[in-house]
Write a protein that binds this ligand. Structure first.
Ligand SMILES: Cc1cc2nc3c(=O)[nH]c(=O)nc-3n(C[C@H](O)[C@H](O)[C@H](O)COP(=O)(O)OP(=O)(O)OC[C@H]3O[C@@H](n4cnc5c(N)ncnc54)[C@H](O)[C@@H]3O)c2cc1C
Length: 371
């Protein structure tokens, strides 16, 4: 039976879902708001874990290609104290494949392959239970019906309201992101500090983490506890004013750490929002959610992995039971909710320890993970 399936959102979750459906010969329509694949900067590198994101890629038949593109050396992690003293310096074994890094653009292109995505298709609203199926209203006023609409449209999902009234809540921790290009030639001392993977510095209620992407590009993430309107007196589009504001927050920290901010090119503010840890909903025929739309959690290396595995498992569930689409979706939801709750609990506790009044908490967390 050929169902009319729409996936809203072409992020890691939506593309993996579409790719695995495609592999099983199930037609699928991907509706993506962005007008083109390169319409906006793709964001920082992602580590894909063995039993999560890598498993999803295996289900999509893309694991070998991922292994060729990914950077196992990116798993290296160095932790400093605020005075710049190296506290830990973990380096992966050459054969370590637990969490290799991949640039988001490379991952997206890998998943896209020959998939036919409808770019510039912003979904405004999804209405289940019409006689014709599930109605999708687009932002440009057009509309279309499907048998199944999957919300893979991230934190601020427009599909979610069709199944749940939950909305993301601010955690009290915010992030400001900046980046450095050509670090090896322009800032060799900082390149050495960052190494092949990441360098992290934890102070009381704040941190600076720099992470290497491919091509000498480094993303720097500053995290701190603050009210949502902490920047009320600061114009975040004013690069120099933002830089000064951030440097003041880290006054007294070692010079090389501050240089990561000093050389940053532009600053992007990303407050950390989350959905409730145990977010579930009463099943609605014809609509479901995957990834951040279903279980937005603190960005501690799990979100893209979970989105991809959600997508792969939903596709497999549909392919295994093509005559009963609704039962396939129900079975998937039950499985996803259990895994999502477990990871939301872990990452919520993790954020508390990484941005804690006692920086020793962050170190202890990493010791636990590396142990
Ligand atoms: C700084 C940072 C670092 C992170 N590092 C990691 C990491 O190392 N490992 C990891 O696993 N996770 C990481 N994450 C989390 C990860 O980025 C997300 O969990 C993941 O991207 C979620 O994937 P998704 O497909 O559910 O949604 P998204 O990636 O948000 O994709 C949603 C897509 O839907 C589209 N869309 C949105 N609204 C609409 C609409 N109305 N109509 C049509 N299309 C729409 C968007 O344009 C987008 O393409 C990190 C997050 C941050 C912020």
């Amino acid at each position: 039976m050929r169902h009319r399936i729409a996936v809203v959102g072409g992020g890691p979750g939506g593309l993996t879902l579409a790719r695995v459906l495609h592999r099983h010969g199930c037609p699928v329509t991907v509706l993506e708001r962005d007008p083109a694949p390169d319409a906006r900067p793709p964001g920082g590198t992602l580590d894909l874990q063995e039993g999560l994101g890598q498993l999803a890629l295996d289900k999509a038949g893309l694991l070998t290609e991922f292994e060729a593109l990914s950077r196992p050396e990116g798993q290296a992690m160095r932790i400093l104290d605020t005075a710049g003293t190296v506290l830990r310096d973990w380096r992966p074994r050459p054969d370590e494949r637990a969490n290799p890094e991949i640039d988001r653009k490379q991952l997206r292109d890998l998943l896209l392959g020959s998939l036919d995505v409808q770019w510039g298709r912003e979904v405004a609203q999804v209405v289940p239970g019409t006689g014709e199926g599930v109605l999708v209203r687009y932002a440009d006023g057009r509309q279309e019906t499907f048998d199944l609409v999957v919300g893979a449209d991230g934190a601020w999902s427009r599909v979610r309201p069709a199944v749940s009234s939950a909305t993301p809540q601010y955690t009290g921790v915010t992030t400001v992101e900046t980046s450095l290009d050509d670090i090896d030639t322009r800032h060799p001392d900082l390149a050495e500090l960052v190494g092949d993977g990441s360098v992290a510095v934890y102070g009381a209620n704040r941190s600076v983490v720099a992470q290497r992407n491919s091509g000498g590009h480094v993303k720097v993430y500053v995290k701190f506890r603050a009210p949502l309107d902490w920047h009320a007196d600061l114009d975040l589009t004013d690069v120099e004013a933002t830089r000064s504001g951030l440097l003041a927050l880290f006054d007294g920290w070692a010079a090389p750490v501050l240089d990561l901010l000093g050389h940053g090119t532009a600053f992007v503010h990303r407050p950390i929002h989350v959905l409730p840890v145990s977010h579930t909903w009463a099943h609605v025929r014809g609509v479901t959610l995957v990834g951040d739309a279903a279980h937005l959690m603190p960005p501690l290396g799990a979100g893209a992995n979970l989105a991809m595995l959600d997508g792969a498992e939903l596709a497999e569930s549909i392919a295994a039971d093509p005559d009963d689409l609704d039962e396939a979706v129900r079975a998937f939801e039950e499985q996803m909710w259990v895994r999502a709750e477990r990871w939301a609990t872990i990452t919520t506790a993790g954020l508390e320890r990484l941005v804690s009044p006692d920086p020793a908490e962050a170190l202890a967390l990493f010791e636990q993970v590396h142990g």
